[in-house]
Design a binder for this molecule. Structure first.
Ligand code: MG
Length: 285
């Protein structure tokens, strides 16, 4: 299933995307929660109800709705730096022994087609195309071999970064968390539909220029290893979102660097999921 959050006629709710249509779960199964984190907390019975609704509708045309971030306020928004062999090479550092973990603030999340702001504080703006995964079960101390069971699905994340704010202090949180700097979507694809999450082509374009072209098989710490690692320290909860890191080809590493400018459009596509496409604009006054 492709689980989406959408707005139509002024109300925001969740649905299941099938081709160019979306099942409106608020109409098909009014007993279900209308918000994604609450839906995921309801677990397998809610997923089963949603699956049944795909057979019955009612459907809306995808072109008649506005897709929002599939999860608008995850309980945690975690991210991994330096997690692709090719990106580590372009950054000129050794392969890390432990995952480099940081937080993005959940308020930075925005929708799959919504604008990304060049902030008032800096113009040193960069993209990072990434595979994201979403936790479906409250869990702690999960072994790597059991990790697939706690993942609700996979999505696309642009880990938008203000490079000067990221690098001028030892921790990255500020530079990774400006408002609008977490586009995600266009939906969450459930594991049964994704197959092997560690064999997906990932590409990023800025306008028509292909900047990143890699595959999730290049991940140094894969999704299941990350679940084991995180849950060693803290409880993971339904709706937690983890961005797994970006491959080579970020703008700051180009020679000369190519930062994002007003009018650019960043498009990230991951095989088996779809694409997000966000225009870059100046932060409104
Ligand atoms: Mg990143």
């Amino acid at each position: 299933m492709r689980l989406a959050t959408f707005t139509q006629e002024g109300t925001t709710r969740i649905g299941v995307v099938e081709g160019d249509r979306i099942v409106d779960l608020a109409a098909a199964a009014p007993e279900l929660p209308r918000e994604m984190v609450a839906f995921l907390e309801a677990g397998e019975p809610a997923l089963k109800t949603a699956r049944a609704a795909v057979g019955t509708g009612p459907f809306l045309a995808l072109s008649d709705v506005h897709l929002e971030a599939p999860i608008e306020r995850p309980p945690k928004f975690l991210a991994v730096g330096l997690n692709y062999a090719d990106h580590v090479r372009e950054a000129g550092i050794d392969t890390p022994e432990h995952p480099t973990i940081f937080n993005k603030q959940s308020t930075c999340i925005t929708g799959p087609t919504d604008p990304v702001h060049i902030p008032r504080a800096s113009h040193v703006l960069d993209y990072e195309g990434e595979l994201g995964f979403v936790i479906g079960k409250r869990c702690r101390h999960v072994k790597r071999e059991d990790a697939a069971d706690v993942i609700a699905g996979y999505t696309i994340v642009d880990d938008v970064t203000v490079r000067d704010w990221q690098l001028r202090i030892p921790t990255w949180t500020m530079g990774k968390s400006f408002d609008t700097h977490g586009p995600i979507g266009p939906w969450i694809v459930t594991p049964d539909e994704i197959g092997d999450p560690h064999s997906l082509r990932l590409r990023t374009w800025v306008n028509d220029e292909l900047r990143q072209d890699s595959n999730t098989k290049e991940l140094i710490f894969d999704c299941f290893t990350l679940v084991e690692h995180f849950s060693t320290a803290f409880t993971l909860e339904p709706g937690d979102l983890i961005a797994t890191g970006t491959p080579s080809g970020v703008g700051i590493a180009m020679k000369p660097p190519k930062l994002l400018v007003e009018g650019d459009v960043v498009r990230i596509e991951i095989e088996g999921i779809g694409q997000i496409e966000n225009p870059v604009i100046q932060e409104p006054v």
